[in-house]
Design a protein around this ligand. Structure first.
Ligand code: SF4
Ligand code: SF4
Length: 175
């Protein structure tokens, strides 16, 4: 990057700019750091603290456009900061996705495969016995409901649906 003016001369290292700076900066050091694209050095020299008062430009015997340099350098610093933030967010997202992938893989490893499960040892006779027990339980329930006349019963004590007193005309077929 080169910012020049027609009447500009090389820096004579007079130190006038530093003496004129109300923010106690060293404009000469800032200028040389930015001229070689050394943004870390410019940041270390507190480029951001420049209040852009223009005094260093006014006293510089070499007519170096110091303030133009500093404005350009500040925008470069901010762009770099934004790029750095974006890079950190990108890396954090990648790290989070990697952790989630690893957690899913770990959960999959914890589920035993069917081959690893113990072999079934229930015999045919045990299956038949279980079916018989189930049928006996169901028959007992049906018999109990029929005896009590509760809804769901299917014995003779239960009133026919059409004669049920609570139904009224409900449920009768339309004529
Ligand atoms: S423009 Fe910035 S560097 Fe120059 S004198 Fe003002 S505050 Fe200091
Ligand atoms: S005033 Fe100009 S010539 Fe003098 S040190 Fe600062 S930049 Fe260099």
């Amino acid at each position: 990057m080169a910012i020049e003016t027609p009447d500009q001369q090389p820096c004579v290292h007079c130190g006038d700019c530093a003496r004129a700076c109300p923010d106690a900066l060293n404009p000469e050091a800032l200028f040389f750091a930015l001229a070689r694209d050394d943004f870390p050095s410019a940041r270390a020299a507190r480029l951001d603290a420049c209040s852009e008062c223009h005094r260093c430009v006014e006293v510089c015997p070499s007519h170096i456009p110091l303030l133009d340099w500093f404005r350009w350098g500040k925008s470069g610093l901010h762009e770099r900061a934004r790029a750095e933030d974006a890079r950190k967010r990108f890396e954090a997202r990648n790290a989070r996705l990697a952790r989630e992938r690893e957690a899913r893989a770990a959960r999959r490893r914890e589920v035993p495969s069917p081959a690893a499960l113990p072999a079934q040892t229930i015999s045919h006779a045990e299956v038949l016995a279980a079916i018989s027990r189930g049928r006996a339980r169901k028959a007992a329930v049906v018999e109990s409901q029929a005896r009590d006349g509760r809804p769901g019963a299917c014995g003779p004590e239960r009133a026919p649906i059409a004669d049920a007193p609570w139904r009224g005309d409900q449920g009768r077929p339309h004529k």
